[in-house]
Design a binder for this molecule. Sequence first.
Ligand SMILES: [Mn+2]
Length: 346
Amino acid sequence: MFEIQEALTFKSMCESSRKVAIVVHAHPDGDAMGCSCGLRAYLGAFTSAECRIVIPDSYPDTLSFFVPEGSVIDASREQEDAFAWVTSCDLLVVMDMNRFDRASVLAPALEQCTSPRVLIDHHLDPDRGKFSLVFSETDISSASELTYWILKGICPEGLPKEVLKPLLVGMTTDTNNFANSVWPSTFTMASEIIAAGVDRDEILSYLYNEYRENRLRALGYILSRKMEISSDGVAYVILDAGELNSFDLQDGETEGFVNMPLSLGKVRMSLLLKEDDGYYRVSVRSKKGVSANAYAKTFFHGGGHENASGGRLYFPGDIPGREMARDYVEQTAARFMRSTAPLGKN
Ligand SMILES: [Mn+2]
């Protein structure tokens, strides 16, 4: 874990700032919104800095229950305001991403920002050279958990619930409700936050009991009609734009789908490909002993965590056309799995 001195340095940077920009990755998920809202609430409670969370594109509606009104600038809707805030801030905090290009349209603004930049992240291979202060831990559940330990370290008087609640949300979604990437520190964090009075049941019902009907129907269709399993134990689902539209699937509504095939004994890695504009967005999950990170890095310009990664498959570029995605997945998965030691030998 980080040195307390680094956390105290961060504290004095926050206290001497007037205008803070927090930037998270494109397609912000629960962890990205959770850690950013938690830090913003801390700044609001303990400093006089004005802070906006600047996001490359919109976050799912299912997360709106904890995002305060007026706290976010969405670059896909207000590009000029987003750029202006990032390039004119006096402190930039980049969270839940390891490289500027993960912020897609905001990457040039991050590059242009001349103020001190701080990274708070839990992905592999952070681009350390771009930052004056780096908090990077990979043996941790989430950026929200890392944020919790930093803020707890600099705030001996105790953190208010408006800081703790979004951090608990972010940890919960990134661990898939304590199913993966859970460490002893993760339980400690959860236990301390619940003891402080944050209502976890309320969070769980917002996160997991408020879906729209289309999501469950799409899941049924995907599992019965779309999931394929290769002889090497790789499950994959390829969704084209037409299918995503016909189920009216919004961003975030497919969250968790990619994990489901891993419930099968014979499946060791699972992929979900969703068609976007000229490329597929690829999610990769793997069981222990198979590196989702290495696979995503080698074949999909991506990476992330050892067992949970993402990337892209461009057409044309990586493959001549979208209809070639299936062949590409089959071939690369076979090649990759044959180079990976068999189950039980690693
Ligand atoms: Mn995360």
